[in-house]
Write a new protein. Sequence first.
Lengths: 378, 378
Amino acid sequence: MRKVCISGVGITKFGELWSRSYRELIVEAGLRALEDAELPGESIECLYMASMGPGMWVSQEHAGPMIAEQTGLTSIPVVRVESGCASGALALHQAFIDVASGKHDIVVVGGVEKMTDVGAKEAGSIINTMLDYEWESIFGATLPALYAMMARKHMHDYGTTREQMAEVAVKNHYNGSLNPIAHFGRKISVDQVLSSPLLADPLRMLDCAPMSDGSAALVLTSKGDVEIIACEMASSTLALHSREDITTMDCVVGSSKKAYKRAGINPSDVDIAELHDYCTIGEIIESEDLGFFEKGKGGKKVAEGVTSLNGSLPINTSGGLKSRGHPIGATGVAQVAEIYDQLIGRAGERQIELLDYGLCCGVGGSGGSAVVSIFRRR
Amino acid sequence: MRKVCISGVGITKFGELWSRSYRELIVEAGLRALEDAELPGESIECLYMASMGPGMWVSQEHAGPMIAEQTGLTSIPVVRVESGCASGALALHQAFIDVASGKHDIVVVGGVEKMTDVGAKEAGSIINTMLDYEWESIFGATLPALYAMMARKHMHDYGTTREQMAEVAVKNHYNGSLNPIAHFGRKISVDQVLSSPLLADPLRMLDCAPMSDGSAALVLTSKGDVEIIACEMASSTLALHSREDITTMDCVVGSSKKAYKRAGINPSDVDIAELHDYCTIGEIIESEDLGFFEKGKGGKKVAEGVTSLNGSLPINTSGGLKSRGHPIGATGVAQVAEIYDQLIGRAGERQIELLDYGLCCGVGGSGGSAVVSIFRRR
């Protein structure tokens, strides 16, 4: 299998974009990525796209050919993939295999979601479809409720504190305040997190990612500025009750082990990472499952500033899902766009110096699926 | 890229399976495929699955990890793809690239849909999500209505008759009467088609595929009884009004041209084919766009018996979508299962003799996307 590189990225504003349509967003991101890669549209041979549930959000399944039509790429294959919140990361995974195999030379990966066209109640039931319907959502479980159970157990087993979780949100909002496309470009404090409305005890509103509209896109080629040296996927059980330990996501452990092996590096070699902070406890658990920190120490490391912009391992410099926003299908692609910008040195006020390796971790739902990718500046 | 073969297939009964759940169906098909391939579950390295809109049909997106869990394959990657009615064919397309690339050696392709848990009105609106929402379905267009326009234009331009379209349904029901898993295992007559309720003039109820529950699965390896010598995808515009000619599906023309080139064969080399007869006119248009017959002659060939079981190019020996049934995500996989059974000589009363090459054509919606695959007995 041959090398796969990123040669350009594009991203739209994330937020409540009531005046923008689903198709406008993905077209904007795609065109920006092409401009960035300095490639004409005609050079694109295949499009991979991620969207979690466009039929439910905007009454539009079979969006692949629509996007090809809107971008003038009609005739090329368009492959839509879905794996809950990891959909964008999965699109990268499939595009990676495609280019690595030699099937296509120039491929675009796009992710998009338009979540604010439905009301809050309907949005909740759409997000619930990512849980196990027959064992979880039918009984009233919600995604924050499952993360709340994971948080409670993590607090019990490892002494993780409410304040440490809040520090994740504070850090990510700080980073997001430096990111022009972020959904929430403002800083928040630990006190604000702890006094925000309770969603699912112990998680509060400011522990959880918002519902956002937005899109991101990447151009993959066999040559480019940044090489994807590994992209691996694994699954856990979908239902939380089937897991041996709910403070660990087996899919993150499994996919990252495969990715490190393929990349030939260790967790300690990673210089910067974008993790899936759908809830603050998620970032903490992933930072442990990825091998960055010993199990149970993730919260402590955040509070110590290790994962801050000026720490030794900055995590979610983009603002993460919490502050940059979480248009579901776009998220996994936006994570990669941030790592790309960081590795080539154009991340503006968020720029981290002396980077060799970047990592992205996309997680589906409460940890049913994960995709871990590792990147290196060429 | 290395060879990709099919070493086993599995399929459930298709029909209104009110006592069977979504997860039961896909597990049954998957286990049957593994038994057929004589492989233990532990050998499976990756699962590709197709489902059109499970969040809308059964409140279950992110179904990949659920299926992995139910089949005891937790930890492997599970990739869900969607391209409207071509979803199953797209799953094969992605699995083909995967095995061809050397990424995985043993991969399962599964397709499933559970469509009868919702009422008729809701089902209609779910199927409508495969149309262009902003340009078609919002104005009241339905999928049969779009096919009706294609049929009317085909009749106008080429003299295709109402009776010729009915002959497609009659042929496919005859074939389905010989297929134990078919949704409708009964023969029908041209008169019955022509006197069935009008759906969208000139198409009647017996011109259109039913809503079915069911699942099908394949095991792909680099060795096996049947080789996949080509698997190619292309797209057309999603919206019908954007096409230069609505009697042709550019995606079928484009994907089949690529497939013939890759396989090194001509349309006349194909001995048997499974086409996407969502409406009877669909099978006629595809049989022309695939190069089997001159443009405009497809209807005449059906009426002459050329595509019947004892004709020179049998089409839809399984009964097709019309009679075997159309659980959307399963359809593209079920087509391949039929060609596999035919090529290895175990298609029972439907068996065709002296087969070299088989072809499957999956079409999304009204022809927005298509995947064409070509198979050869090894």
